[in-house]
Design a protein around this ligand. Structure first.
Ligand code: SF4
Length: 458
């Protein structure tokens, strides 16, 4: 058996299965396994984000894999949904990278060339023609992929093996965004399967928007706040800023009309031009939904006004917005996340941890607050502030810890982990500025030590 099943998109793999009538592939019981594999390819890509198929046992099973791949392409063509195609292309790219990682160097070079990435081995690494590099790396937004950040000699870019594998993954994903012409008759035959796939894509989209919480400019990263302030101040935004603003708001579920309303205050506002741009970028007229750029890109384009403490822990403005949605999570989830970030303590301690307070809270010194079993307002200095990003089980948490002090305590006291960044950010600013900040806090006992549970800041 060959290894064509690993790379079913390459010309050699296509040659191995050419000549079969479409009618036979779609309806002959002999190809039932191939059809099932084609569907499974799409289902696992869309549901799990990765394609998991068993290794074919023999040459016959390998052919089923190759036919299955063809079926998957036809189904995508018929579905005609850019998000579905994109999800599958990314999953196919990742699957390819997994196999490439095990290939000997000479084979890696051969496969790269088949993907139109002219590659040679050189001095323990690899070189790639710069035109092919630019084409393959074009959609990789991080600054390290920019040509100016790569060693370039005689029109060739030098890459490590790992980087070449990543580049080839991208080349595969891009290649698979181009679909064949949808053949007639197949739409009816696979109607329910295609609808089920599109349903999963819709659910994913809804979930992504839900995770962002309610639409709220209060969760906006500094870059978004800056563009909005400029618009309100009558400043014409340059193209990169408009692209960012439009893609960012579209990712949060804002429709083109709502986005258009924002631009209406711009001094150069022309409805027809703005509508064309917004509808093109959001995919309404173009069919392509552009991704919102990452921080790296926004920094290099001058759109980022300089981040704050939370910005240093994230790579994408949407991630910032998602982190700021912490307070919208159910209380049990928030307690669990504070517990995971802090560690220690009995289960009962965490399930009873208050997250809210009511009524007037008395102003106290830190010493008096430590003696009270009710919340107090205390004017403190932030002696120490530290942000952390950790994976705890299935949870990814960006949290902060601070040490607070006033003139009535001999040493600064540690807070519980702060997962709510509306509380953490003003503490970080107060620390940087060396100023006093008012907090509402409740002293709690954890692991034999007093800790400060912050309920509000400012
Ligand atoms: S670092 Fe990123 S999220 Fe923060 S302001 Fe800059 S671009 Fe926006």
């Amino acid at each position: 058996m060959s290894d064509l099943w690993r790379y079913p998109f390459l010309p050699d793999a296509r040659k191995a299965v050419q000549g079969l009538e479409l009618e036979t592939l779609l309806n002959d019981p002999l190809y039932g396994e191939a059809r099932a594999l084609g569907l499974m390819r799409l289902e696992t890509a869309v549901k799990d984000g990765r394609i998991v198929l068993e290794t074919p046992a023999d040459a016959l099973a390998e052919k089923d894999h190759l036919h299955g791949f063809l079926i998957s392409r036809l189904l995508l063509a018929v579905a005609g949904d850019a998000s579905l195609t994109g999800l599958v292309a990314v999953a196919e790219g990742e699957r390819t990278q997994h196999f490439l990682h095990r290939e000997p160097g000479a084979e890696l070079v051969r496969l790269a060339r088949q993907l139109s990435v002219a590659t040679t081995r050189a001095n323990g690494g690899y070189t790639v023609n710069f035109v092919d590099y630019l084409r393959a790396a074009g959609s990789l937004r991080e600054g390290k992929w920019k040509l100016v950040n790569r060693p370039l000699r005689d029109g060739h870019v030098r890459l490590s093996r790992r980087t070449l594998e990543r580049l080839m993954r991208e080349a595969v994903a891009q290649h698979l965004l181009t679909l064949p012409e949808p053949p007639e008759g197949i739409a009816k035959r696979f109607e329910s399967e295609i609808e089920a796939l599109l349903q999963v894509v819709r659910q994913r989209r809804e979930r992504a928007v839900r995770e962002m919480g309610k639409f709220d400019y209060g969760k906006a990263p500094p870059c978004l706040a800056q563009q909005l302030a400029d618009l309100q101040g009558g400043i014409n935004l340059p193209h990169p800023s408009r692209f960012f603003l439009t893609t960012f708001l579209a990712a949060l579920g804002r429709d083109p009309e709502q986005i258009m309303e924002l631009y209406a205050t711009a001094p150069d506002f022309r409805e027809s031009v703005t509508r064309y741009q917004v509808e093109h970028i959001t995919g309404k007229s173009s069919g392509t939904e552009y991704d919102s750029p990452a921080c790296d890109t926004l920094v290099s384009q001058g759109v980022c006004p300089g981040g704050n403490t939370l910005c240093r822990e994230i790579r994408h403005p949407l991630q910032y917005y998602r982190v700021m949605a912490e307070r919208e999570k159910p209380e049990a989830v928030r307690r669990k996340r504070i517990h995971l970030a802090t560690g220690g303590g009995e289960a009962k301690f965490w399930t009873q941890l208050p997250l809210r307070f009511s009524g007037d809270v008395p102003q106290r010194s830190l010493t008096a607050a430590l003696r009270s079993d009710a919340p107090s307002r205390v004017a403190v200095r932030v002696d120490h502030f530290r942000a952390r990003r950790e994976k705890r089980g299935d949870e990814f948490i960006i949290s902060a810890l601070a040490r607070l002090v006033d003139d009535t305590v001999p040493t600064p006291l540690l807070t519980l982990s702060l997962t709510q960044w509306e509380l953490a950010l003003p503490l970080a600013s107060a620390r940087e500025a060396g100023v006093v900040v008012e907090v509402t806090l409740l002293p709690v006992k954890l692991g034999g030590a007093k800790r400060l549970h912050i309920l509000a800041v400012g």
